[in-house]
Design a protein. Structure first.
Length: 368
């Protein structure tokens, strides 16, 4: 499969049909246990950092990308919203919703890199879970910052390089292929979501395992590009470590949310800056970070070995599918406190338990 050629189709399939889209269409506004999909809560938390109240949103020009959850929140609070999503169905849904509610949402579908979103136009750009899935993220960042008005604000969450969770996800992505998509979805739903495919945990698996573009960035690179384009970071948690995989918290490292202000009406030309941008692509967490710890490098070796065994017919597709779902439990179980794998990883050490798991897999489930 040509990932670059089929980027739009694959991304649409994942987010519109297999992950998040069906879930939010059915349950938008509801709180799902142990889920971060309550749009009002996380938007309100971000608004506090942006020094904005709900009442401040009235009449504001806001740009948003995604399933439409955030756009609905902003429109309900009086904002004039421009929304883009790569999938047609979510655009149809929000257009219908806005017409029914008589609210200001202009929604269009397509790839952000092929869209003209204007210049010096928006008071706020809100990007949650978007930047890491754009084919060439830095090119989109040029558009975003150009589109902000002078004194305009932007919230941007991104996948943090150096996070244990993404080490596991990149390991899984190295092991699986698209021919396993249906089987992995079925096995995961049977084991962890009561047989339901339109479930929060199923959405996470489909997203993390199969979305065609998944970039992980070090905050230094994101901040570099923001400054290059004439904006400034006014809030960030100052975690600049290259990586940290141990600890008892869900997030093993900080630095994945940045709040931006544009202090001028500067417009950047992509051709002038494209060779200076650092977030053109992210870092693969198993191939592009130099780890000091022997056990991390041993686990990378084991992941590569298992992939080789699969490619040469010594490990079955079914075994790889099960292995991937098991690996995911070390970092993203549906209910953390009830997951034996997750709690053992905290007790024994994350890489130590992963090492045990991979070694046992090769011993018991390969034909060598």
């Amino acid at each position: 499969m040509d990932i670059d050629k089929d980027y739009k189709e694959l991304t649409t399939l994942i987010y519109q049909d297999l992950a998040w889209g069906p879930l939010y269409i059915k349950k938008d506004g509801e709180v799902i246990k142990n889920a971060d999909n309550n749009a009002e809560k996380y938007i309100s938390d971000s608004l506090k950092i942006l020094s904005l109240k709900k009442s401040d949103l009235k009449g504001k020009k806001i740009f948003n990308i995604g399933t439409g959850r955030e756009s609905r929140f902003f429109a309900e609070n009086g904002a004039d919203v421009n929304h883009i999503d790569i999938g047609e169905e979510s655009v149809k849904q929000i257009r219908s919703w806005a017409k029914e509610k008589n609210l200001k949402v202009n929604s269009d579908h397509g790839d952000i890199l092929k869209k003209n979103i204007g210049e010096n136009k928006y008071d706020l750009i809100f990007l949650s879970g978007i930047y890491q899935h754009i084919s060439t993220p830095a090119y989109a960042l040029v558009k975003f910052i150009n589109a902000l008005k002078k004194n305009g604000l932007m919230y941007m969450g991104f996948y943090r390089s150096g996070e244990f969770k993404y080490f596991i996800v990149d390991s899984i992505r190295h092991l699986v292929d698209y021919s396993m998509m249906s089987e992995i979805r079925d096995i995961n739903s049977i084991l962890f979501s009561f047989g339901e495919n339109d479930h929060y945990q199923s959405s996470r698996v489909m997203d993390d395992f199969f979305v065609p573009k998944k970039h992980n960035f070090h905050p230094n690179d994101v901040i570099h590009d923001i400054k290059l384009l004439g904006a400034e970071v006014f809030y960030f948690d100052e975690d600049f470590r290259d990586y940290n995989h141990e600890g008892s918290d869900y997030f093993s490292i900080g630095g994945d949310r940045i709040y931006v202000k544009k202090n001028s009406d500067k417009i950047s030309n992509l051709e002038d800056v494209k060779n200076k941008l650092k977030t053109l692509k992210g870092k693969n967490q198993i191939f592009e970070i130099k780890y000091k710890e022997e056990i991390i490098n041993e686990n990378i070796h084991l992941i590569k070995k298992i992939r080789l065994l699969y490619d040469t017919g010594f490990v079955s597709k079914h075994s790889i599918a099960c292995l991937a779902i098991g690996l995911y439990q070390f970092t993203r179980p549906f209910i953390f406190e009830e997951s034996y794998y997750f709690n053992e990883s905290k007790r024994m050490g994350r890489h130590k338990i992963v090492n045990k798991y991979l070694v046992n897999f090769i011993k018991k489930h390969s034909k060598i």
